[in-house]
Design a protein around this ligand. Structure first.
Ligand code: GLU
Length: 291
């Protein structure tokens, strides 16, 4: 098997320390395996997209020495492919139309999980609909950092096409990981509970299952993940080396003191030669002191 990893940022703002962690961890794991590291821009949600963010992400990755292999893939170029596969899932009865509003679901079932109402009560053909995956089964999996994972109380018919007309993340990410032949996924643990949904779709579509590793996410003192919403600052390119060393420390890699006198390239090459995924803390979140 050829190791193929990826980094898949959504262009909702410039890269911040939280996204740098996912970029560096996936990059180092790929390089340590002498594998490929691909870049995919997940511009699937135009209302959340920020103009210029996609270019700024590419520029920052280059300035941090994180050079990807091959062409950058953009999800916005792939709607026709998602659409064909969506029709295939509906035809195979693996997915169905759902016209329920959040309010209706909340009223019927308390709102935590979808009650599968539209499985047996198909909405009228002219109703504005979401599409849901038919999901009867839990999909436990082994994570290289977090160990055995099971989300039995979250099994539900999840949305793969949104009522507002956009393809859902779960569908696009599953299709693209298979299309790019991704063998190993390294990403933030905020996506741990998305993994069973993606495994479900892989099984429905006959795709191979990648190997997963979910790194802890960096949080502020209130336990909130660093993100645009929690006002995480953009990465300062002038501090690239220091930030990479800080990321290595966060990822449990014990960067040696001499790295502070190295350059970015030397630092990343030390880090890929010494990469030890078993040293990454098996926590889902770690508070970042000065955030
Ligand atoms: N696009 C997602 C994000 O930026 C990551 C998707 C993934 O790694 O599976 O949070």
């Amino acid at each position: 098997m050829v190791y193929t990893g990826r980094f898949a940022p959504s262009p909702t703002g410039p890269l911040h320390f939280g996204s740098l962690l996912a970029a560096i961890a996936s990059y180092l794991d790929a390089r340590a395996h002498k594998g490929r590291w691909l870049l995919r821009i997940e511009d699937l949600d135009p209302p959340r997209e920020v103009e210029g963010a996609s270019d700024s992400i590419l520029k920052t990755l280059e300035q941090f020495g994180l050079h990807w292999d091959g062409e950058v893939i953009r999800q916005s170029d792939r709607y026709a492919i998602y659409s064909d596969i969506l029709s295939q899932l509906i035809q195979n009865d693996a997915a169905y139309r759902c016209g329920c509003s959040r309010q209706q679901i909340r009223k019927r079932s308390g709102g935590l999980l979808y009650d599968r109402y539209c499985r047996n009560n198909p909405p009228a053909t002219d109703t504005h609909c979401a599409i849901r995956s038919r999901c009867d089964q839990d999909h436990p999996f082994y994570d290289r950092i977090q160990g055995h994972q099971q989300f039995s109380n979250q099994v539900e018919d999840f949305v793969i096409f949104r009522r507002d007309g956009f393809f859902a993340y779960q569908l696009a990410v599953t299709i693209d990981d298979a299309a790019q032949q991704i063998s190993h996924i390294v990403r933030g643990s905020d996506l741990l509970d998305s993994t069973p949904k993606q495994i479900q779709l892989q099984q429905q579509l006959g795709y191979p299952q990648p190997v997963y590793a979910h790194i802890p996410v960096a949080t502020n003192i209130r336990g909130q993940k660093l993100s645009k919403q929690t006002l995480a600052p953009a990465l300062d390119e002038g501090q690239a080396l220091q930030l990479i060393i800080r990321a290595l420390d966060f990822l449990g890699q014990q960067p040696v003191a001499e790295l502070t006198d190295s350059n970015i390239e030397e630092c990343l090459s030390w880090a890929s030669a010494h990469w030890d995924i078993t040293a990454v803390p098996n926590q889902t979140g770690i508070i970042l002191e000065d955030s």
